[in-house]
Design a protein around this ligand. Sequence first.
Ligand code: PEP
Ligand code: MG
Length: 576
Amino acid sequence: MALIITGIDVSKGIAIGNVHLLKRGAPEVFEHKLKKNEIKQEVERFQNAVDEASNHLRSIRDTIPQDTSMDVAAFIDSHILMLKDSMLRKAPAGIIRKQRCNAEWALKIQHDKLISVFEQMEDDYLRTRINDVEHVINLIQQILKDQLYTVQIDTQPLKGRIIVADDLTPADTVLMQTQNIAGFITELGGPLSHTAILARSLGIPAIVGIQGARSLLHQEEQIIIDGANGMVLAGADQKTVKTYQQRQRKEKEARRKLRALRGVSARTRDGTRISLQANIELAEDMIVLRQSGADGVGLYRTEFLYIDREKPADEDEQLNAYRKIIRVLKGKPLTIRTLDLGAEKEFDPNFQGPLTQNPALGLRAIRRSLKDIDLFKQQLRAILRASSSGPVRILLPMITSHTELVQSLAILERAKEELEGEQYLYDQNIPVGAMIEVPAAALSAHIFAKQLNFMSIGTNDLIQYTLAIDRIDDQVNYLYDPLHPSVLKLVDLTLRAGWRAGIPVAMCGEMAGDPRYTKLLLGLGLQEFSTHPSNLLEIKQIINRSSISELEKPARKILNTTRPTRIDSLVDALNG
Ligand code: PEP
Ligand code: MG
């Protein structure tokens, strides 16, 4: 009988193979008291184990094939670095001496202490680093107990198998990839764990968070992983297996074609070069950014420098964060959006904004920045200083009135004067753009455009504010419609205002990354798309197969249609 189990989809793709169960767990640890004369030797035993763990990881890092993304080695390096940290190297040695206990027990005490610190962190990404601490400590424990277990130890070849484990470390993931496994399932882990990120980066179909997977699935039975849907299928009949094999072949072929587009630029069949840029905000976006072949960053959300941390990043920390990306971009432009604080995103609980029941309509984004000019100017100074290292553009969020634009530009001038006085270098002609994300801005785009170097349509908010639906309220989600005639009209208005003023107009909301809308947007005249790097190749493929001259007329027709079902069918027809 077929069994379907679901978990967290962390890496898409279909895998069909026989189960290989990894029945290992963290070694059990007990306390022994030591005699005074045994302490020195026990500390040495502990330190040797840490060194051995480090050597073990180094030897795995050396097996990573040359053509694998740099980030794979970087994850293993981060574990090697942890092994150098005094929290793992010195602190347990101190516990051995102080409590006269065995190394395993001392390490367990330190483990519990570190885990409770990590558990209290508010940032989701940092909290998932608990996983890395567990992995590294577990490795030392295995060495101390002489039970080092790696996927290499298994005598059976792993090629084509689906590994089912409690948890996998980044090092395991690398070892498995070099042995050509088909996919993996783990009982632990979440979408942000390093192992999940690595699986995506290495292109291994994977599902995590299936509790009890090792009891539900049997050694050697054939199973199917449907990575995109987070589904595992056991005991499937031949017909189902065949269907999945066909899907697998199609997906592989589609992926191969997409990968081939990495080094190719986006250009329509009738010769228009389209700029395809990336939206980034989290550390792991950098991995995909490197591999995406993006023409630059069209939206760098900077809120992470301010919220979910003890205090906001100061000017130098911001500067370093911006420079890091400038280095990755190697001369391609970086568009830094100034803070979109406010609404539910606030770093300072004491910030005295007016009490509001509708935070999305409250003191948010540029409104919030103009209320805290010192904080705003500090960010502008960091962005300006970063502009001396590579091409940088400034993007102002949620500009609604002309006054806000004038005030923002005046503060930018003040920041420039300060830097001039302090003899800092910066790009004197740094381009300044505004997000067009409220209907008022779209209607005034022709006025704003006179003072801007570019505009960027933020459809996530533009749709929210045009249709009066809270984008985070599940109850009204069904009303969220990028194809609503009013939304399309505002997009069109903004594009036209840009052409008339002779400045580029980009789109950086989710609509730009959804393949359903690519042809329509091309037909309306959009020539700069910015989206999460993982969508870029698919959008590029559509662009390179399209001809703008063939899309203009049907796009105008859609723009002039009012009945939603008719719009839907016209868009379907356009997409063929
Ligand atoms: C938008 O509103 O479309 C946008 C890109 O900004 P955010 O999603 O950060 O509000
Ligand atoms: Mg927005």
